[in-house]
Design a protein around this ligand. Structure first.
Ligand SMILES: [Fe+2]
Length: 65
């Protein structure tokens, strides 16, 4: 398999893992009663959105229309 295709596949896997992380934080935040802990998780979830966004941006740039 070409190296570019392997990299594309790894980034697709990363994209899925970032989405899973966003979902896990969403579920934890929804039940957390400690406001400080919730704030940390909300900040962490925001970072996961950024990671997802960077992965997606990379993939889109590999496929110019
Ligand atoms: Fe992440």
């Amino acid at each position: 398999m070409p190296e570019q295709t392997r990299t594309f596949a790894r980034m697709i896997a990363s994209l899925g893992e970032e989405a899973e992380a966003i979902n896990w934080y969403e579920q934890r935040i929804s039940v957390e009663k400690d406001e400080s802990a919730k704030a940390i998780m909300q900040n962490a979830q925001k970072e996961e959105f950024k990671h997802f966004e960077m992965d997606l941006e990379f993939l889109l740039r590999q496929k110019p229309l």
